[in-house]
Design a protein around this ligand. Structure first.
Ligand code: GUN
Length: 284
């Protein structure tokens, strides 16, 4: 039997409807959520992601500001722009699209963002708070994955979740959020020698590697829930990390690419921005 498809697109649109109601409530109080995005350079994938973020912001009636800067913009110029945005009361969320050109320190840039406006959840203060279970902005992609699992009725507590990948953006926070939900968590990566042996034990399998064909049908336990975070272009077509056609014949539930995790990432960014507005106004 073929796996049930978890549509990120549908779950994302459900969450956006909920957000729309919240934004309308805020509007009545004269508040408009403001999101600033900084993009440095001409990476086509980054430009496409930022366009998606801009579109979602406009659809939700946010105040949306996009700073598209040349590749040769200096680190100091970026830091100075962030300092300005940190002080700007119309801006509730600041996102710097990664990766940055090599001459700009990602670490310095992330640390210069006001943690209260860090809607990506990449600042060490938010990472630390997430780690010990204090309120924090949760990184958008892993947060989106958790929402997909919960809203699809998947039980996380007590299950064995296997994450493939250990990036700061996805793999590491993904594992931590699953742990916070009481899963038993294993993290695999490029130096894991017996990958298939471990993935076959997963009740919930989350590949986040960025390499097409990483997960094949023989690596999946029958009935497992597979959330594919990978985004790869093969012959001009978007595919995930799973060999989808064969894995869906073994898995119990699976997300497609496109239309899976992608729409959730942007939606959780909108969610974090609304969250920032609410926190800001409850502190006054
Ligand atoms: N590049 C790839 N994913 C992300 C993300 O979630 N946030 C930012 N800022 N850059 C990214």
């Amino acid at each position: 039997m073929s796996a049930q498809i978890i549509s990120g697109k549908e779950i994302a649109s459900q969450i956006r409807e909920e957000l729309k109601t919240e934004v309308e409530q805020l509007e009545k109080k004269g508040i408009q959520p403001g999101l600033a995005v900084i993009l440095v350079g001409d990476d086509p994938a980054s430009h496409s992601y930022v366009k998606g973020k801009e579109k979602a912001s406009i659809e939700l009636n946010f105040y949306s500001v996009i700073h598209r800067l040349d590749t040769d913009t200096s680190e100091e110029e970026v830091l100075s722009l962030i300092r300005e945005l940190n002080q700007d009361s119309k801006i509730h969320g600041i996102l710097v699209q990664l990766p940055l050109p090599k001459h700009i320190s990602e670490k310095k840039v992330i640390q210069s963002i006001d943690p209260a406006k860090d809607v990506d959840g990449f600042h060490p203060e938010n990472v630390g708070n997430m780690y010990i279970g204090l309120p924090a902005y949760l990184p958008c992609t892993p947060h989106g994955v958790i929402q997909m699992l919960i809203r699809s009725g998947v039980q996380i507590e007590g299950k064995h979740a296997v994450v493939i990948g250990r990036s700061n953006i996805v793999g590491k926070p993904m594992a931590q959020l699953l742990l916070n939900q009481n899963a038993t968590v294993t993290i695999c990566h490029s130096r894991t020698p017996n990958l298939a042996e471990i993935t076959k034990q997963a009740d919930i399998l989350i590949p986040a590697v960025g390499r097409a064909g990483t997960v094949t049908a023989d690596m999946v336990k029958p009935g497992a829930v597979v959330i594919d975070v990978g985004v790869n272009r093969v012959d001009g077509k978007l595919v995930g990390d799973c060999a989808f056609a064969e894995v869906k014949e073994v898995a119990g539930m699976i997300t497609p690419v496109p239309g899976g995790v992608g729409p959730m990432t942007i939606t959780m960014l909108m969610y974090n921005t609304v969250e920032s507005v609410k926190r800001h106004n409850s502190n006054r």
